[in-house]
Design a protein around this ligand. Sequence first.
Ligand code: ATP
Length: 621
Amino acid sequence: MSNQQQESADELAKRFKKQDGNRKERFIYQDDELIEKPFNWRQLGRLFTYLKPYRKQLLPVILVGMVLGTLTRLAIPTIVIMAIDEAIDPKDGEASIPKLLLFAAIMLALYIIQWGSNTYRIKHTNIVGQRVIHDLRSHLFSHIQTLSFRFFDKRPAGSVLVRVTNDVNALQDLFTNGVVNLLMDCVQLVGIVIILLVWNFKLGLAVMLTVPLMFLVSSALRKRIRFAWQDVRIKQSRINSHLNESIQGIKVTQAYVQEKENIQFFESMNSSNIRSWNKASAMNQSFGPIIELTSAVGSLILFWYGSYLIQNDLLTVGMLVGFANYIGNFWEPINRLGQMYSQLLIAMASSERIFEYLDERPVVGELPEARKLAEANGHVLFDNLVFEYEAGRPALKGVTIEAKPGQSIALVGHTGSGKSTIMNLLCRFYDPTEGRVLIDGTDIRDVSLESLRSQIGIVLQDTFIFSGTIRDNIRFGKLNATDEEIVEAAKAVHAHDFIMSLKDGYDTEVQERGNVLSMGQRQLLSFARALLANPRILILDEATASIDTETELRIQKALQTLLKGRTSFIVAHRLSTIRHSDMIVVLDHGSIVEQGSHDELMAIRGTYHGLIEAQYRFLSA
Ligand SMILES: Nc1ncnc2c1ncn2[C@@H]1O[C@H](COP(=O)(O)OP(=O)(O)OP(=O)(O)O)[C@@H](O)[C@H]1O
């Protein structure tokens, strides 16, 4: 950031602080920090690259819609001049009716052509505009899908949402009619300037005297308008982020009876947004009077100097009327360009936010020479892993674990000791700061992400259920699975009975997050999903929630089916689950403190023994 930009960002920050001073910020949406950059032509150029695939469709729009539309618009005042000067005698005012009718017919034809070309242009620019928006949104969405966990760690889900929805929508006006109108207005302006100067250089120059003055005043306004629109976008983004959080966290909000406070918080954000919008909109409107004033001064000069020229036989009456007509047409596009400028600014602020995401590279990338991981035997070696989420704060400090094919390894330790982190590294959601993860002797950084992850099944603590049927949710493990395979998998993990007891069995609709299902049921579904995927390596981040004994038993049985013949890692919270694991690894603050079978670890009466004792005491308390 240059000094000047930094200064402006500080200015903006101060302004926000002042505006929001009365409201205590409960959450800070860091992602929506100030985006303070001047108008960026390169960015506009980049945005227009999305038009490239539609060059063929745009060509007739430009030729028929724009050129024809602009030419007819420019021609009409000329016909007026000709009608006055050719059909009306300047001395006695007598008119030649046939000539007048001829000019009237020409004007009518021009108006019809103009109407036709406008209709054609609007229709086709709308179609192309919508397609461009569709492409941009798809591009952004597919790009976000590839980004690494680190990207999502730093951003609230709501603000990612806003970029794919609001920010892309903000470009809609620009692409549907904005660009073409902008070009037409520019061509019209240049055309008028040329016509006026060619017809009467001095008069043309005189009436445009006020233009530089207007540019001076409006450019001073522009900077403030830019700030104001950026402010609006930030406020809207905050509302969306908060909305998303509020919906996701509604249970906690209601459980802690925080609805009132939440409503107040939302209300203050909402009001702040409307204040910002009003302010930006009012500033936008101020362009109008400036242009009207300069236009009035221009007309004054025209009639004053024009009548002087007529008196001295240096100008015809028709010319004066024509000049007045052109001047009218001259301010109209300038006024529109002023309005368009704010539309462009909104588009710039949004496109900047979109490109910021598009420029984000996945931290966990694939090497160009990445090969496919061959069908794994399931030998896994974590070789001296060191990992930091944030520089200087290691979550793992030199962890070495070896799992032979088919073994089940349990990871235990206090909360925050690094268990899930090890699993994150196995799936390559992050890359280790130091050390390696090897599968069958191959460093997982050397193979494609798809071939790696397709051989690893993950059952997470918080089982995510997608909107759709139960069947769809199980099928997520293997998209081409048949209905029979799905039922088989569900039966194997003892989920079939509860599914059949639901209203529509496998066709029962569940909503996002699957709140209608119990924790145990969700877990069984995720087991079925993992079993269907049939991975060589399985990660099970066990749920912490306490479930009834019957479900617990069912889950234990399901687990046995699931683990059979696979190398498995169980991040265990209920220690009863892991008693029969081949090896138990005990972690503490990112380091391995004990390693061995249940009996071995109980015998040394160390940390593991302590954890078992504590859990036993807790359960019997
Ligand atoms: N996305 C993240 N960004 C920054 N720090 C993180 C992130 N995820 C975890 N940590 C930190 O890394 C450390 C290890 O976390 P990890 O999730 O591996 O612990 P865990 O043993 O699985 O805990 P739990 O039993 O509570 O699930 C913790 O100190 C945690 O605060």
